[in-house]
Design a protein around this ligand. Structure first.
Ligand SMILES: Cc1ncc(COP(=O)(O)O)c(C=O)c1O
Length: 383
């Protein structure tokens, strides 16, 4: 019998596909669906970014680029991470990759051996589980609410084993909209140093924050040496389909990332790199304006959910609300199906984000104000 490798067999496909299929079935019957299950900006890519791509194509910048990124883009990333993220990186620490996804894939591949334990602050962005499984690492969950309530260190200490190699940290957070405060990150950093651990810091939503400071853990003294930071253009510049991001890593992990990138995609397509350069260097108030738009949507959705009895903390970053559904049901798949069938409101069951996500639903508020208003009205009729 022809078989998949054991490594790949262990990995599943996105469970969000199941929800998309249910949406399609309902649509086929003529239903109007209020979609909150997505995970991308509702905005379109800025015109100046598209134009830079066109220009690159017209200039025949269409040959192989250096597989770690074109020099102009590396220079502008260096300036940005030094000045905005306060990460004391050098050019040698930077690689351009096919989105956060490839950055994370390369980071875990470069740092995890089969059988290593990886602490994942949980609930978590689901692909992380699959990326770690592909490395044959063991996922060890540390509950984020417990960390906020009991302190970071005691919770990390409980899950530490002699095989622990790494902690995955994601702030701003998908699915719950959390952001770690500087003091939380300092505790994580101290813990990593005390126990000789690596940090993978996923900062995909760094520019989508609401009156809360985004802090890069690699900016703390002595932390660049043990932190791999993953950034992407996807969310900040509404460029999800372009597949471009960058990762900052110390040796030996940057060499690992270079090898993984070289042997998988051999880098990001050249015109897209010129487009990304325009995204970073064009003077614009786009990032600030976008945050104002997201904030309007966050306030409308979360206040609306709370008034319907779906208890929900105000998200500090990213574009997700993660209400607790316990008052109605504890089974997030069942409740998500109920509101999809009865109110035509599509969400993602919290269990998709690991066992700590159960009894919650993820709503994305990256949609029109009208969809939020109508979705809430529709929910009101059934709750
Ligand atoms: C937490 C988190 N990290 C990383 C990514 C990767 O994004 P991309 O591969 O589009 O850059 C996403 C995308 O949804 C995300 O939510």
């Amino acid at each position: 019998m022809l078989e998949l490798s054991e490594r790949v067999k262990a990995v599943g496909f996105s469970e969000i596909v199941k929800i998309r299929n249910q949406i399609m079935e309902l649509r086929a019957k003529g239903a109007k669906i209020f979609q909150f299950e997505g995970g991308e900006p509702f905005l379109t890519t800025p015109e100046y970014v598209k134009e830079a791509c066109w220009k690159a194509i017209q200039n025949n910048y269409t040959r192989y680029a250096p597989s770690s990124g074109i020099p102009d883009l590396i220079d502008s990333i260096l300036k940005k991470v030094n000045e905005s993220n306060h990460i004391p990186a050098a050019k040698e620490n930077i690689i351009v990759v096919n989105g956060g996804a490839q950055g994370l894939f390369g980071s875990f591949q470069s740092s995890i051996n089969p059988g290593d334990d990886v602490i994942v602050l949980s609930p978590y962005w689901t692909p992380i589980r699959d990326i770690i499984q592909l490395c044959q690492g063991n996922i060890v969950l540390a509950n984020i609410w417990s960390m906020f309530a009991e302190g970071v260190k005691p919770v990390l200490q409980q899950v530490l084993t002699p095989k622990t190699k790494l902690i995955y940290v994601n702030s701003p957070h998908n699915p719950a909209g959390f952001m770690y405060e500087r003091s939380h990150l300092q505790e994580i950093a101290d813990f990593a140093k005390e126990n000789n651990l690596i940090i993978i810091s996923d900062e995909a939503y760094e520019h989508i924050t609401y009156d809360t400071e985004h802090v890069s853990i690699a900016s703390f003294p002595g932390m660049l040496e043990r932190t791999i930071t993953v950034f992407t253009f996807s969310k900040s510049y509404a460029m999800t389909g372009w597949r471009i991001g960058y990762t900052i890593a110390p040796e030996p992990y940057i060499t690992g990332l270079r090898k993984i990138t070289l042997t998988s995609s051999n880098g990001v397509n050249t015109p897209t790199q010129w487009a990304a350069l325009a995204a970073m260097t064009t003077q614009s108030d786009l990032l600030e304006k976008n945050v104002l738009e997201y904030k309007k949507r966050r306030d409308l959705l979360i206040n609306g959910l709370c008034s319907l009895g779906l208890d929900c903390e105000m998200s500090k970053g990213a574009f997700y609300a993660f209400p607790n559904i316990k008052k109605f049901d504890t089974d997030s798949w069942r409740f998500s199906k109920k509101i999809l069938d009865e109110a035509h409101v599509a969400t993602v069951p919290g269990l998709v984000f690991g066992p700590d996500g159960e009894s919650h639903l993820r709503f994305s508020f990256s949609t029109s104000l009208e969809t939020i208003e109508q979705g809430l009205e529709s929910l009101k009729k059934i709750l």
